[in-house]
Design a protein. Structure first.
Length: 417
């Protein structure tokens, strides 16, 4: 079972061609096309179908929905990325009926606005995590609760990587990959001579760890900084490996942290990450279960569907989810499709990614873009995404920021004399 229109993980080796070659590989297999959609309105399906069909080869089976809603897609052009974020916040505030009496008094929300949506009904999607910052700032100012999914994971930080690498070495002595991570010495992995020496380690894990660390210590390609780290590891990891049956994962994390960074003043963010790691480990009595759970974590694991919060996440992370109202921000050329300088762009996969984002919407869909955007330390002005022009005019409603009329000049003051 699969949908070739949603093949969006080319960077992981996935390909739409695998679906298309299925009938060639299995000519006797019966293919059943599921064309009934129970999520989105017919208008959203028509618009997303127009986007995906522009880049396809071969026949496509259009999706049909029994949900009819005359509300058209909204395509909004903002002057800046910050104005784009404020527009999203304002629309959400309007659709929930305001978040405070100030919303009514200030005119941000009309008194006759019919509430009925909760914050959990809304998702804001974007191509890059870097596009999230102005959104977070706007939501913080508004007081609207939100959850940002897909930010730098806990395991993406160097200090946490080092601790986890040490835990893996305790559990699986002989893993050159994890030793290289613990020492921050990637060259270890590519040395075939060293790998051959580690192929015949003792069966006893602590003894195997001792032998491995001794073999790496004798390797001439190790620089001074990794060598000092290696000496530290050799002092406490083998004894720790002998206590795996008596120490919990939390206690092992504390031991590793104490030996690696004892006596050093650590910034609050680092201590916070250590606390988060220990809280995750507290649910496990044994090291193998904890390491397996950490290794299998996904980008969307931090998403809580029960929380009454607006969800901010990447287009990739949104696959498989659905929301009554969806905003896709940053619909600009060079962002959708995303074009990296000096690299080829798979425009068709980017098209499928945009299609996935559009079809997360059940009832309302907003596509926004900014005339000026500040990203990666640079100011940029990009035209709207070419995918927007693939949608027929009858299906979309174009909006743009209202310009304030010039302030009238005060009448000239007459002189008394």
């Amino acid at each position: 079972i699969g949908d070739p229109d949603q093949a969006i993980y080319g960077f992981r080796g996935a390909s739409r061609e695998y679906f298309l070659a299925f009938q060639q590989d299995y000519p006797q297999a019966q293919v059943i096309h599921l064309t009934r959609n129970y999520r989105s309105t017919q208008l959203i399906l028509d618009a997303s179908g127009q986007v995906i069909s522009r880049g396809q080869t071969g026949a496509r089976h259009p999706l049909q929905s029994g949900i009819v809603d005359p509300a058209r897609l909204v395509v909004y052009r903002a002057p800046t990325d910050r104005a784009e974020a404020e527009y999203v916040v304002h629309q959400i505030e309007s659709m929930v009926g305001g978040t405070s009496y100030f919303s009514l008094d200030s005119g941000r929300v009309a008194d006759e606005t019919a509430p009925g949506r909760s914050f959990a009904d809304f998702a804001v999607l974007y191509r890059l995590n870097a596009l999230c910052r102005p959104l977070v700032e706007a939501f913080e100012r508004s007081g609207i609760p939100y959850q940002a999914v897909g930010q730098t994971p806990l395991t993406g930080y160097k200090d946490i990587k080092t601790i986890l690498a040490c835990l893996w070495l305790v559990y699986q002595p002989g893993s050159l990959v994890h030793l290289a991570a613990a020492l921050d010495a990637p060259a270890l992995v590519s040395d075939e001579t060293l790998a051959d020496r580690l192929a015949h380690l003792p069966d006893d894990p602590p003894a195997a760890l001792d032998s491995m660390l001794a073999a790496v210590a004798a390797w001439p390609g190790l620089d001074s900084a990794p060598r000092r780290r290696l000496e530290k590891l050799a002092g406490f990891l083998p004894p720790l490996a002998r206590q795996t049956d008596t120490l919990s994962p939390v206690e092992m994390i504390e031991e590793i942290h104490r030996h690696l960074w004892a006596g050093r003043a650590l910034e609050p963010a680092r201590l916070d990450r250590l606390g988060r790691l220990k809280r995750r480990a507290a649910a496990f009595d044994h090291l193998p279960g904890f390491l397996e759970a950490i290794a299998l974590e996904k980008e969307t694991d931090a998403y809580d569907p029960r929380a009454d919060r607006v969800t901010l996440m990447t287009l990739h992370a949104s696959k498989g989810l659905e929301f009554p109202v969806v905003f896709i921000v940053g619909c600009e050329d060079s962002l959708l499709p995303y074009r990296r300088p000096g690299r080829d762009t798979d425009v068709e996969e980017e098209r499928r990614l945009f299609y996935v984002g559009m079809t997360r919407a059940q009832q309302r869909l907003f596509l926004t873009h900014a005339r000026r955007r500040y990203l990666f330390g640079e100011a940029m002005e990009n035209p709207p995404s070419p995918f927007l022009s693939d949608i027929e005019a009858r299906l979309k409603e174009i909006e743009q920021a209202r310009t304030r009329p010039p302030r009238p000049q005060p009448p000239e003051q007459l002189r008394l004399f």
